[in-house]
Design a protein around this ligand. Sequence first.
Ligand code: 9D3
Length: 246
Amino acid sequence: MRVDIVTIFPEAFAPLDLSILGRARERGLLEIVVWDLREFTTDRHRQVDDSPYGGGAGMVMKPEPFLAAVDAIRAAAPATSPRIILTSPQGERLTHALARRLAGEAHLVILCGHYEGIDERVGEGLAAEEISIGDYVLTGGELPAMVIVDAVARFIPGVVGDAQSVEADSFAEGLLDYPQYTRPAEFRGMKVPEVLLSGDHETIRRWRRAQRLHRTLVRRPDLLRVEGLSAEDRRLLQEFGLDIEP
Ligand code: 9D3
């Protein structure tokens, strides 16, 4: 997959050189090109923003540099027809499902918003889709762009070592993860649950599922389907003393 990112802060994307994404890029599974929006201005002051028509506080990002940047990206990758994404607090919320759909594309272009936002005609002229990463206010679209790349890249075959872990991921199944422990068996008076030391793999499997159900009921009931739990899941919670009122 190829991802082009257009931003006024190209240096903010250094984290994409590290860790799992850095390795995916080295291995050619993921190509990321970061473009400096200011390079696509034509005026002496390299101005990327201007005051809003109709008045009001703050500045709005001008349309021309974004369109010129996308023209340059299309010229650099003429074989693909990229899906164009605008980072925006007004966008569709990024979810596991949306990330997986985006991972099916050969080419994404992400335009990072700043200030009060981007001139509306950018999205219109490019038939772009707007994406938000959640209901909290950030200072710009750079972190959202990196979050989108990270969430999408995990679905590219080979990026995450264990392909099974991608599909078993908590949000794929609509359940949170069970608690994890490693050595030592006792740490500052806190013991690893006995069942995990038992070597009884079937009981461990059922304990872990009960933990996942319990945590999801308590912390994220919104993740559970309207029908609620199956009778079998209820029995599992009871077995480990984790049942809660429906
Ligand atoms: C929604 C608030 N806006 C109304 C006055 C102003 C505004 C605040 C913050 C406009 C842009 C921003 C910068 N945020 C993003 O560009 C952004 C974002 C976010 O703030 N939260 C979650 N996802 C995203 S994607 C882009």
